[in-house]
Design a protein around this ligand. Structure first.
Ligand SMILES: [Zn+2]
Length: 391
């Protein structure tokens, strides 16, 4: 087995990684107290023009955001934070509708209404900042496979949308963790969900769907894995191939859903985990005009291929949406800088996603406008165009 000298300190974590024998060290490292490999991140000595961007050039829609307590959250405070970034609309994907409510007589009510989470969220939004938020509902997979599950899910979805939900968000649990009533894994393209996708098309709402995880999570935890650092920091993210469906199967299932429901608009979250192979993602978009993408949590991939990604954004400018996922206002400026500037070799904020620095894409204004708001205005119902430039 090849040994890796800078992993020696990891034995502290009892990880199954290669540990070096002293005589495998390169000559210059003999006897040195070597740093943890993640500690080696020296300040750059490169001096080049820097353009910090704290405020997006155009008002934007963040289509991938989670606010977990929007039912009683102080939305004025949230709007204040959004204004500082020039975020016009925040899409909260965690509306948590789709909850069946058991009545005192034992019957199940599928319509919306207190005390469910979604109606409390919508009430808060409408009372405080109706134009500034869109809320997606979710599906409750509990009991899938039981008689009538699909009909009930569709009824609930219609009720959620009638109450004001602007879309449906599907979490990555579908395909990986969701089990049916018989205990079997529910595939992303399970036919019991077909009616749900169809109804979304009829209702004119998009489905934002996150499937699988970055492919390296399925690979051995070793020095050949680009997400090794993440698998050390977050060991639960490792997808043991012995007990998980393969990455490629999950992706194929997701694409089968897109293909099978051409009248439904899908937003493939996190660039469908193909930001490291934009050629492949482009072929998917070429084949399936109902599919859009958002770049939450994958901009470090774009920032290491700035020329190819620039041209890709120009080519697919009508299909890309702004998404971030984690609500941490201090991280948005890195997104703006990536999209708007030609800055070189600047830091990305989450080392477990990338041990490299990134480069700006320097996108033309017309592409920026589409990515920031025009595409969202086209596919998300209920947004107020007056929040955005009219030309
Ligand atoms: Zn998310």
């Amino acid at each position: 087995m090849r040994t890796i000298h800078f992993l020696a300190p990891l034995c502290f974590f009892m990880l199954p990684v290669a540990v070096v024998a002293q005589d495998d060290l390169p000559p210059g490292a003999q006897g040195l107290d070597l740093p943890y490999f993640w500690a080696y991140d020296p300040p750059s000595t490169l001096v080049v023009p820097q353009h910090e961007v704290t405020h997006a050039k155009y008002p934007f829609v963040d289509v991938h955001n989670h606010q977990w307590n929007m039912n009683d959250q102080d939305l004025d405070q949230l709007v204040h934070e959004m204004d500082k970034l020039n975020m016009a609309v925040l899409v909260n994907l965690s509306g948590r509708g789709g909850r069946r409510i058991e009545q005192p007589d034992g019957s199940i009510r599928f319509g919306i209404g207190p005390p469910d989470h979604l109606s409390a969220v919508l009430e808060n939004v409408h009372a405080h900042a109706a134009k500034r938020f869109a809320v997606f509902t979710n599906l409750d997979f509990e009991g899938i496979g039981q008689e009538g599950w699909t009909e009930h899910a569709v009824t609930q979805l219609r009720a959620d949308v009638a109450a004001g939900a602007n879309g449906l968000k599907i979490y990555k649990s579908l395909g990986m963790d969701v089990r049916d009533a018989a205990g079997k894994r529910v595939a992303v393209n399970d036919p019991r969900l077909d009616a749900v996708w169809t109804v979304c098309g009829e209702l004119g709402i998009p489905v934002l769907i996150h499937t699988a995880d970055p492919a390296p999570f399925w690979l051995p935890k070793d020095a050949n894995n680009e997400r090794f650092y993440e698998l050390i920091q977050r060991p639960e993210r490792y997808r043991d191939p012995a007990s998980n469906p393969p990455f490629e199967r999950l992706i194929a299932e997701q694409h089968a859903v897109f293909r099978g429901h051409p009248q439904t608009v899908f937003i493939n979250a996190h660039f469908g985990w193909m930001a490291n192979d934009l050629g492949r993602l482009g072929r998917l978009l070429d084949a399936l005009p109902n599919v859009y993408v958002e770049f939450g949590a994958i901009i470090a991939e774009l920032g290491r291929q700035p020329r190819f990604a620039h041209d890709w954004f120009v080519r697919y400018q009508d299909r890309i949406l702004f998404g971030k996922d984690t609500w941490r206002p201090s991280e948005y400026p890195t997104y703006f800088r990536l999209l708007e500037t030609a800055d070189e070799y600047f830091p990305y904020f989450r080392r477990r996603h990338a041990f490299w620095r990134i480069y700006g894409l320097d996108l033309p204004d017309e592409v920026l406008r589409k990515v920031y708001y025009k595409n969202a205005l086209r596919i998300l119902p209920g947004l107020d165009p007056s929040l955005f430039p009219s030309d």
